[in-house]
Design a protein around this ligand. Sequence first.
Ligand code: ATP
Ligand code: MG
Length: 346
Amino acid sequence: MGFRLNFKWLSFEGIDMAIDLGTTNTLIYTLKDGIVLDEDSMIALREDTGDFVAVGKDVKKMLGRTPDNVRIVRPMEDGVIADFKAVEKMLRCFIQKVQKKKLFIKPRVIVAVPSGITPVEKRAIINSIEESGAREVYLIFEPIAAAVGIGLPVTDPSGNIIIDIGGGTTEIAVIAMSGIVNKVSIKIAGNELDDAIQIYLYDRYNLAVGQVTAENIKETIGSASLSDKIEEMEIRGRDMVTGLPTTVKVNSEEIREAMKEPLGLMNNAIKKTLSETPPELASDIVDKGLILTGGGSLLSGIDKMISESTNLYVKISDDPLENVVKGAGIILGDIGGYRELLVNPD
Ligand SMILES: Nc1ncnc2c1ncn2[C@@H]1O[C@H](COP(=O)(O)OP(=O)(O)OP(=O)(O)O)[C@@H](O)[C@H]1O
Ligand SMILES: [Mg+2]
């Protein structure tokens, strides 16, 4: 086999990246290769020294099984940074994974942030990203990024409504003329559904299960609206009376009941946003319906639940877990053209 010269390192395109730093998942997108990283927003560190143990998907596998001297950190909480040091370490690892080679030029990075972010939180994100090796940092509000990722005409005067149900937050935003006209953000999203399932199993069956199991139940038989077919699932956990491992059979109706309260709060937030929306835009929304994005929109029957509660047409976007990072990537690809969509960093 002959010797092949590789000139790839001479090209600087594709080093710029878009990041969706979510409470549950972090995604990175480059203009050259699209989505290049999709990992859990978690890092494991040694308790005593703070040394790195694992990051992302590798940590998820370790959940609930780590020895005492390993600490698992979810550095994002409700969409914002809860642990600065840990988020920097996590991002540095992710950025290194994406840029296998050391480059002379540092990347430009666009990060999607929750629309309710405070100036202090903005600074924290910008600093963390700069510390992880970026040259320039741009911010974009998540609902705007999602709308661009979905392909909605965000610069049009006609309004669109985006409901992003993530792990930590549910954000409902009315978008028109490149801006957010009205928004409501609540700290009730996928994680609270998992918590509600854990509490239900504890109260009803004295069964203790971990968060991973609760999430798995939600994704497998969880449903937000009554369905014709009742599904069953065997759950393993610990019987809190005997202290022994045990198995319990639960059905989808029980899980729906378990999630009722947080789902009701999501419905209320959506109705509140609609009631505060100017009439002209409200009329656009009646025509176009509501658009669901974020991992939570994959919960079975959630579109039906929202549609029944609002009497409006509801559509789940394609690839709801990827809309935000893709939209941020599209904006990064034409930062001049999309300038008016960017968040003022100060
Ligand atoms: N099939 C499914 N059914 C129900 N929920 C799901 C499904 N798949 C993923 N989820 C949930 O989606 C959530 C993660 O969504 P997403 O990645 O959009 O959140 P995030 O962007 O990390 O969080 P945030 O936007 O709140 O910061 C998790 O709570 C996860 O359990
Ligand atoms: Mg998100």
